[in-house]
Design a binder for this molecule. Sequence first.
Ligand SMILES: [Zn+2]
Length: 214
Amino acid sequence: MIMLTKGAEPAILAKNSEKWTTELEAEILNGGDNVSYRTSKYNTKEIKSALQEEVNGKCAYCESKLLHVTYGDIEHIVPKSTDIKLTFAWPNLTLACDKCNTYKAAKIGIYDPYGSNPELDFRFYGPMISHSPGSDVAEITHIELELNRAQLLERRHEKIKSLLTSLDRLANIADNQMRELLKNSIISHESSPEREFSACLKSLIETKRQRGEI
Ligand SMILES: [Zn+2]
């Protein structure tokens, strides 16, 4: 997980969020059959595109790349079941992969990557994610969202192997300046927010730096 910053509210949401909320509240009060239809009004291409941009095309929680064909699932940081007014509240919306979306469901107390810095609260041991001592929310989050599920461990492991191979190849470059340039280029590419699992890769790079290995 990496820290995220809220982008500008899409025009369609700014224009309609109040109206959609009023219509949804009325539908619920009347015990109507169209609650899920009214709730899903946020599911537009414009809103999903804006969210895609602020999450760098990755799940806000596990950092898996979202497939461009599916756009990911719109996720309510604080569950909409907690307060109906949060259904169309722009600051409460993000994007998650279908697995994180399903595991999170209506759980409360899950880490908010917009409100805190995950790099301080989560730790990596190779491909495994854990939490910093005392970071209870981070602990609850990686357990509840199963951020060490087999598929994620396997894919983070692959990324680590690929990064280590690239760094090892630097040893074959005789020219010091060229080697340094390439090293910096690899590090900046692998730890950029757009990179899948960048928090894990950044943590590995930092460990290698501290050991004086790179
Ligand atoms: Zn995910």
